[in-house]
Design a protein around this ligand. Structure first.
Ligand SMILES: Nc1nc2c(c(=O)[nH]1)N[C@H]1C(S)=C(S)[C@@H](COP(=O)(O)OP(=O)(O)OC[C@H]3O[C@@H](n4cnc5c(N)ncnc54)[C@H](O)[C@@H]3O)O[C@H]1N2
Ligand code: MOO
Length: 400
């Protein structure tokens, strides 16, 4: 049985991801979205030379004589001084207010002595001091945020400053989930004999929702050919961008998903990957729907979603892959077999900085170990095992 290398499987998936489609959203709804066009400045910022302090604006050269200046008016934010400064004159000015024509310097009020309409200073004038020059933040036409960036609170602040009320962002995929298995019951239901609580769809929904327009959980299908086909037919009729099934991916008589998908016209690109957990992963397409058949074991389902579905979603949105991390091991890793191992690990913070504590659990049905996992160590096939301190590659599970 030949198993497909992880990189080849990933390349096959990415080759099927459609080009990014753009839509426009108001700024208030843009958090977490991925830009489909750069944010370009529509004006100079600040739009005028502005004071950075509450104080006095004047021409630096006028202070040379050391004489007090005559205060001839005021410039407030939103209401600048109407005239032009003459020699020996100053204007009372406030933070953010336009610098009057003729002025080039501001001294803050704590360093000023005001008497009636006269003002003197306890410090020398430095031309340009406490002045935010027009365009010093950004100039009209400057690219402030690149296409493909995810909108964070700070990027939204920058986009708003650039006077954008709406932004062009990538359309998000609609994702459908279907769990399969006669043994499954929903969390909260009584656990009868031979029953298992269905957890996969809940983890997948949480993992994939940040990328998705919608995640529709279609519940649990029985391990019965006609019933399974009926459920899949109904889901595919809705033309989701992505369909994710879990369970029934292996070789047993009750593993019906692959045949059911094929009988409904899904073109299978591959089945079975050179990795653990997650070997029985299958992938194909049905029209414009990308179909991922994940293994039923919860660890396998989550790991294959992290390793394959998240990159597909990033590509769907035009968002670059985050770099994998390289960190020292906080404890030894055991020897690996032939398949690449995506090993659960906890990120620990010690005096020497962050490191990775491998979780000594390889059972792909072992869910309590998921609760403590922050990272997946990427252990090559046939790796003999490494001592604590070795620098290893790891994927951050939470990275967008
Ligand atoms: N003879 C072979 N047997 C198996 C092989 C193989 O190559 N030859 N591969 C093993 C590997 S590796 C995996 S992984 C599993 C995957 O099998 P399936 O995808 O067919 O998964 P199921 O048999 O349906 O379920 C496996 C396990 O997971 C539980 N499960 C299923 N769905 C859920 C869910 N939604 N939530 C929680 N738990 C779920 C299910 O009850 C089983 O315990 O096959 C190996 N066997
Ligand atoms: O590949 Mo399976 O996911 O090892 O248990």
């Amino acid at each position: 049985m030949s198993l497909l290398p992880v990189e080849e499987a990933l390349a096959a998936i990415l080759a099927r991801v459609p080009p990014v489609l753009a839509e426009t959203v108001p700024l208030g709804e843009a958090l977490g979205r991925v830009l489909a066009a750069p944010v370009v400045a529509t004006h100079d910022q600040p739009p005028f030379d502005a004071s950075a302090m509450d104080g006095y604006a004047f021409r630096a050269a006028d202070l040379d004589a050391g004489k007090p200046l005559r205060v001839v008016g005021m410039s407030q934010a939103g209401a600048g001084f109407a005239g032009r400064l003459g020699p020996g004159e100053a204007v009372r000015i406030f933070t953010g207010a336009p610098l009057p024509p003729g002025a080039d310097t501001v001294i803050m009020q704590e360093e000023a002595r005001r008497e009636d309409d006269r003002v003197g200073f306890s410090v020398p004038a430095r031309p340009g001091h406490s002045v935010r020059a027009r365009g010093n933040d950004f100039a009209e036409g400057a690219v402030l945020i690149e296409t493909g960036a995810r909108l964070t609170p700070l990027r939204i602040t920058a986009a708003a400053t650039a006077n954008h009320a709406a932004l062009s962002v990538a359309r998000r995929p609609r994702i459908a989930l279907l769990a399969t298995g006669d043994e499954l019951v929903l969390p909260g239901e009584p656990l009868g004999p031979d029953r298992i609580v269905a957890s996969n769809s809940f983890g997948l929904d949480a993992l994939l929702a940040p990328y998705a327009e919608t995640v529709d959980d279609h519940g649990i299908a029985a391990d019965e050919d006609d019933a399974l086909r009926a459920r899949l037919t109904a889901i595919l009729a809705g033309e989701p961008d992505i369909l994710v099934t879990t369970g029934g991916a292996s070789v047993g008589e009750h593993d019906l998903v692959q045949d059911a998908l094929k009988s409904l016209g899904v073109t299978l690109d591959f089945w079975r990957i050179d990795m653990r957990p997650g070997k029985p992963l299958m992938f194909g397409t049905h029209g414009r729907t990308l179909v991922f058949g994940l293994p039923g074991n919860p660890v396998s389902a989550m790991v294959t979603a992290i390793v394959f579905i998240k990159p597909a979603l990033r590509a769907f949105l035009g968002h670059a892959e985050p770099p994998s991390w390289r960190l020292p091991l906080a404890g030894p890793t055991p020897a690996n077999g032939p398949r690449r191992h995506f090993m659960r690990a906890r990120l620990v913070h010690g005096a020497g900085g962050p490191s990775l504590l491998p979780i000594a659990q390889t059972d792909s049905g072992h869910t309590s170990s998921l609760a403590g996992a922050d990272m997946l160590i990427v252990q090559p096939g046939h790796d003999p095992g490494q001592p604590a301190g070795t620098i290893v590659e790891a994927l951050p599970i939470e990275a967008f």
